[in-house]
Write a protein that binds this ligand. Structure first.
Ligand SMILES: Cc1cc2nc3c(=O)[nH]c(=O)nc-3n(C[C@H](O)[C@H](O)[C@H](O)COP(=O)(O)OP(=O)(O)OC[C@H]3O[C@@H](n4cnc5c(N)ncnc54)[C@H](O)[C@@H]3O)c2cc1C
Ligand code: SF4
Ligand code: SF4
Ligand code: SF4
Length: 394
């Protein structure tokens, strides 16, 4: 039996990079498949079959340290500037700032030159701006897990934020918890590939994606929602489901990596000490209890999953407008807290079309799908009483 990692089924690898970080021989690199999803590839000439990469692979085993219960809040930072730059309630920045104030380091996803999304390490409040905002695409963890280990060994505080599978990968690599490590995971329904996003941005800018200076999936200039913008220095282009096939299919849940449709983390308990998400559908009665939160600027749901998470939440509480809530209430509009995304029937054909014929072919059904989507949504909005009457008349 081989002792090094081989991904035989795409659904069994989330691309967390724990195996890459674990290999002391540097024998593993992440390579893109035809659709751009990243998977580990082993250089067998370098490999000594130590089995470490197999040991740290999280996706097929029950994960140690998954937190089973949580305390839930609706919350938003009071700092309007931070709130404006964050996708949701800005809680990530509050936590990250608290860790930096203790001389710690913060890891999160940032755009890098050449349109790639990578996890980076930040050690000053000024640099935090690069981590702010949801980027709806898979980020690569590079060698950040190793860096976290070094920092913890040096006695520093560390905050690592990412998708649940990235946090699970980090903890598997480290071999468990560390009292100075604060992990923050996001409510996650899935990630598309960076290759597809690059193709989309290239199409959006008429082949001029090299001029792009910033991509915001959620631009608060348009309120708290899923409307974004792409800046090319002098111009700002609207970026949303009406202007981008990529964004449309992302929101529809059609173009995630296969592991996302088989994600075990929603059912298995949270991976982070703290989980952050958007408090979609928050009731006005709850907003009133928060003491000054403005739903137009964004409100987060915060799940505090461990004793360590509780201590950090208490440390940032003075900077927040917040009120207690329940997981059930959050779940009403965030089903991915308890189950993995389910693809629509078009999913396979869409990705195959992209792999075989490129981005233009992928976009060909976009107009029809947006129309179908609108009809579906309109049907959902018809009250059941009216639906019953219409059926009786048929
Ligand atoms: C791919 C993705 C899917 C999401 N799906 C949902 C959802 O279905 N429901 C929901 O309620 N919330 C979802 N979120 C989370 C939500 O959009 C906010 O990121 C979260 O509420 C934190 O908001 P904030 O205002 O506190 O911080 P922000 O400043 O908005 O968030 C920044 C944090 O998000 C991390 N981050 C950004 N992009 C990525 C990425 N691609 N991979 C890993 N980490 C990243 C950064 O490292 C940083 O820590 C998703 C986020 C991402 C990235
Ligand atoms: S078995 Fe060991 S040497 Fe080979 S790829 Fe895995 S971690 Fe690297
Ligand atoms: S450790 Fe992560 S990236 Fe490596 S094979 Fe396992 S799931 Fe994939
Ligand atoms: S849905 Fe699951 S597998 Fe996919 S990125 Fe999110 S946590 Fe990872």
């Amino acid at each position: 039996m081989r002792k090094y990692i081989i991904v035989e089924q795409a659904e069994k690898c989330c691309g967390c990079g724990a195996c890459v970080n674990a290999c002391a021989r540097g024998a593993i690199t992440m390579k893109e498949d035809k659709a751009g999803f990243i998977f580990p590839a082993v250089d067998t000439a370098q490999c000594v079959e130590c089995g470490r990469c197999v040991e740290v692979c999280v996706f097929d085993k029950k994960q140690q340290g998954a937190h089973e219960s949580c305390t839930v809040y609706a919350a938003a930072v009071r700092d309007k500037a931070v709130l404006g730059e964050s996708s949701s309630g800005g809680i990530f920045t509050a936590l990250a700032t608290a860790v930096l104030e203790k001389g710690g380091a913060v890891f999160g996803a940032a755009w890098e030159p050449g349109l790639s999304l990578e996890h980076i390490c930040v050690e000053s409040p000024k640099q935090l701006q690069r981590l702010r905002g949801s980027k709806y695409v898979q980020s690569t963890t590079g060698s950040t897990f190793r860096r976290v280990k070094e920092l913890l060994q040096a006695g520093r505080y560390v905050c690592y934020s990412g998708t649940p599978c990235q946090i699970a990968g980090l903890k598997a690599y480290l071999g468990g918890e560390d009292e100075k490590l604060l992990t923050v995971d996001i409510i996650c329904h899935g990630v598309p590939s960076m290759k597809m996003l690059r193709d989309d941005l290239n199409a959006l800018t008429g082949g001029n994606s090299a001029a792009i200076r910033d991509v915001r999936f959620r631009d608060k200039a348009y309120g708290w929602g899923v409307k974004g913008s792409v800046s090319t220095g002098s111009t700002k282009i609207k970026y949303n489901a009406n202007t981008s096939p990529y964004y449309f299919y992302f929101l529809e849940g059609e173009v995630y990596r296969e592991s996302c449709y088989h994600c075990r983390f929603p059912a298995e308990g949270r991976q982070g000490d703290i989980t952050l998400g958007d408090y979609w559908g928050i009731r006005s009665a709850l907003i009133d209890k928060m003491g000054g939160a403005n739903p137009d600027l964004g409100i987060s749901c915060v799940l505090v999953n461990s004793e360590k998470g509780k201590q950090w939440f208490e440390a940032i509480a003075p900077a927040l407008a917040y009120a207690p809530s329940t997981r059930e209430s959050v779940e009403k509009r965030n089903g991915q807290l308890s189950k993995a995304s389910v693809p629509l029937p078009e999913h396979k054909a869409l990705l195959e079309g992209y792999e075989q014929r490129g981005y233009a072919a992928f976009c060909s059904g976009y107009k029809k799908h947006t129309k179908d989507h609108l009809l579906r949504k309109a049907k959902e909005m018809v009250p059941s009483k009216v639906k019953r009457k219409l059926n009786e008349l048929r």
